[in-house]
Write a protein that binds this ligand. Structure first.
Ligand code: FMN
Length: 513
């Protein structure tokens, strides 16, 4: 019904423009001049009836011809490409229609019935295709946003200090998230609900499997805006019991040739107390994970027992708070701490897990794994983890410590010689994928896997899913591709699932493990 209606409206618009063009050509004012409602003459002879000297009626013919031809081509061939032209033309049409209606009502103070008819037709067409061509609109917005980000915004950003850009992005996200109309606009532009991506895991609704990894939103500022641009969940943090202000040396760097970021942030966060205060009382629209790690301050943590107590207190604070979160991530793998007590040594891990068991945690815990583990090391750790009821999943995994990784551009890497940090992005991809596969192979029914590391497109996310991940996370992919990246990955995933003959993501999980 909508398609014939669109066709009819396009033809009405075309006819209307032809009529006005004919009258213009013949120098005749259409018969709607001088009555109380309208004065076509005043409008059509005004300076506003021309665009760079061309009568608007002629431009109207071109505009409606584009709509009609692209629609007919789509209906005949079922090829979706002409629809992009249709959407683009109509969106430009909407912009000009609003402007022309404004001119008639406010500036010229006269109405041309035929011009108003054209505006009405354009608005109706816009309303009618919203549901019909939602995916095409979404693809168009994503593609445009990607082009703008990659060719303009990123080029400027990458000239500036990454730490400052990160702060600016988080601040903008926090401000945008508080403005209802911006949230509405972003949802309209970026969001598509794909039934094939929806999963319920431990009673938590994941509308899609694409999440923001720990390390971007340290203090819980972005939960309002991220679901509007396509994220299905996120991790806040890593949060620690006490705050950490950051280091006085390089904390963040870019390695574009290696598609990587240098990271030495060491949990730069405002501490659990302030974060809880900030989040309490808010109803959060999607699954929010709290990533917890030890306080990075020797004043508070300088040995194993203190580290365990510190982590225990942080878990306890969130468990007893009224924060609307859904799950925990336990970060045992941060490579950037001053006084790091690592918990991926089995004996230490058991001590920590035993202590956390006392809390009788009710929310699922995902262990954030290091990726520089051999398959045997991973297995010996997970054999222990599986004995703890509250450990329901693993995030695989964290940053790349190994500078010999083949994905690095050697020259680029030299800039960080002598710096103690680790690396994200492409250099993490293979190790992450290998460990996901090992984990799924051995523990498929026991642990839910969140695949993380080097996702730069839907194909990378899909690979992790086929190796055994139920959900995926990223940071670096978004920084290199733009804020539309989550929506882009979701759309790509549905296409890939369809291509492989799957009707739901669950059918693809682990098929290549
Ligand atoms: C700037 C930055 C800060 C990070 N901080 C944390 C953190 O605090 N806690 C954590 O578990 N992982 C942290 N990570 C690691 C990411 O969560 C992720 O595991 C890693 O970057 C690989 O994913 P990616 O290639 O998609 O970035 C950080 C990563 C980046 C880039």
């Amino acid at each position: 019904m909508r398609k014939p209606a669109l066709m009819l409206l396009s033809l009405i618009g075309l006819f209307d423009s032809f009529y006005l063009s004919y009258k213009h050509f013949k120098n005749i004012i259409p018969p709607c001049t001088g009555n109380i409602f309208s004065d076509c003459g005043q409008v059509l002879t005004s300076e506003y009836a021309y665009f760079f000297g061309i009568p608007l009626a002629y431009i109207g013919i071109i505009y409606y011809a584009i709509l009609t031809v692209s629609l007919v081509t789509y209906l005949k061939t079922k090829d979706h490409r002409p629809i992009y032209l249709f959407i683009l033309a109509n969106s430009v049409g909407i912009f000009f229609s609003v402007y022309f209606v404004f001119l008639q009502l406010v500036v010229i103070k006269a109405i041309c019935t035929y011009c108003m008819l054209s505006a009405l037709v354009t608005f109706s067409i816009f309303g009618l295709w919203q549901k019909l061509f939602n995916l095409e609109k979404n693809n168009l917005v994503i593609a445009s946003s990607s082009i703008i980000y990659q060719n303009f915004i990123k080029r400027i950003f990458f000239l500036l200090n990454p730490e400052i850009i990160h702060d600016v992005m988080v601040l903008s996200g926090a401000v945008f998230g508080r403005i209802r109309v911006v949230r509405f606009l972003f949802r309209y532009l970026f969001l598509i609900r794909h039934k094939s991506l929806h999963q319920e895991i431990f009673g938590i609704n994941f509308k899609n499997p694409v999440g923001l990894a720990a390390g971007f939103d340290y203090n819980g500022n972005l939960w309002r805006i991220l679901p509007c641009i396509g994220f299905g969940f996120q991790a806040v943090g890593t949060v620690s019991n006490h705050p950490f202000k950051g280091y006085n040396r390089i904390m963040l760097g870019r390695l574009p040739k290696s598609k990587s970021l240098y990271v030495n942030k060491g949990f730069k966060n405002i501490g659990s107390e302030k974060i809880i205060k900030k989040l309490e009382g808010s109803s959060i629209a999607y699954p929010l994970g709290i990533s917890i790690g030890q306080t990075n301050d020797k004043k508070f943590v300088s040995g194993l027992e203190e580290a365990i107590e510190d982590i225990y207190h942080c878990f306890s604070s969130f468990q007893n708070s009224k924060v609307d979160f859904t799950h925990f991530e336990l970060n045992i793998s941060c490579p950037n701490l001053e006084n790091s007590v690592d918990f991926y040594t089995p004996v230490r891990f058991i001590k920590l897990a035993d202590k956390l068991k006392e809390l009788k945690l009710t929310k699922p815990v995902f262990i954030k794994m290091p990726i520089n583990l051999t398959a045997n090391q991973l297995v010996s750790l997970l054999d222990i983890a599986k004995e703890y009821y509250f450990i329901k999943g693993v995030v695989i995994g964290n940053l790349q410590k190994n500078r010999k990784n083949k994905s690095f551009d050697r020259e680029e890497l030299k800039r960080f010689a002598g710096e103690p940090g680790s690396f994200s992005g492409l250099p993490t991809q293979k190790d992450s994928n290998d460990l996901i596969k090992t984990c799924f192979h051995r523990y498929k029914a026991r642990f839910v896997i969140i695949g993380c590391g080097g996702v730069f497109g839907a194909i990378d996310a899909y690979k992790k899913i086929k190796l055994g991940a139920t959900l995926v996370q990223f940071i670096t992919g978004m920084i290199y591709n733009g804020p539309q990246f989550a929506a882009e990955v979701n759309n790509g995933l549905t296409e890939l699932l369809k291509k492989d003959g799957y009707s739901h993501i669950s059918e693809a999980i682990g098929v290549e493990a």
